[in-house]
Design a binder for this molecule. Structure first.
Ligand code: FES
Length: 166
């Protein structure tokens, strides 16, 4: 009787364990591939989201000039606030027709300054700093140095105005 029972055995024990281990290996490889796909699918957008601000900041810092269409130039006695790269800037169109352009970032602690046409000066509301509106020189209050100035280039009276980093 014991001989008959052993004849019905379909495969030796080593072949069975080999087949199971191949199946387990294939399952692990499949799971690994799926895991890698999920990691790439979720990781890449996160990477792009995190890397974009640094890339954008570098691109904006590399900007050396801004072209302002003529129709955006403010009337005499007023100012145009705009972005020079990532930072605010101001183009002052003086009552006598002269145009000057400065960074609008206060040299004290970085607040955005404003042109005050009635006093014809640039004022920082944060700590009362005052700058000369024609030279950008710091004239009173805590700002330690003048506002950075940009060149204003007008090639034609009706054409755009180009503002360039000095
Ligand atoms: S930040 Fe402008 S005066 Fe202090």
């Amino acid at each position: 009787m014991p001989e008959q029972e052993s004849k019905g055995d379909p495969a030796p024990a080593t072949e069975m364990s080999e087949a199971v281990s191949r199946r387990a290996f294939a399952a692990r490889v499949g799971l690994g591939a799926v895991g890698a796909c999920y990691a790439a699918a979720f990781g890449y957008p996160v990477y792009r989201y995190l890397a974009a601000p640094a890339r954008d900041a570098a691109e904006l810092a590399a900007i050396t000039e801004v072209t302002i269409p003529r129709e955006n130039i403010p009337p005499a006695g007023s100012v145009l606030m705009f972005k020079f790269g990532a930072k605010p800037a101001m183009l002052i169109h003086h009552a006598d027709g002269g145009k000057v352009c400065f960074s609008a970032v206060c040299t004290h602690l970085g607040c955005t300054v404003q042109y005050q046409a009635a006093e014809d000066h640039i004022h920082c509301a944060c700590h009362g700093g005052v700058y000369d509106s024609r030279t950008g020189k710091n004239v009173s209050g805590p700002p330690p140095k003048p506002l950075p100035r940009f060149d204003v280039i007008e090639e034609t009276p009706d054409g755009p105005v180009v503002v360039k980093r000095v």
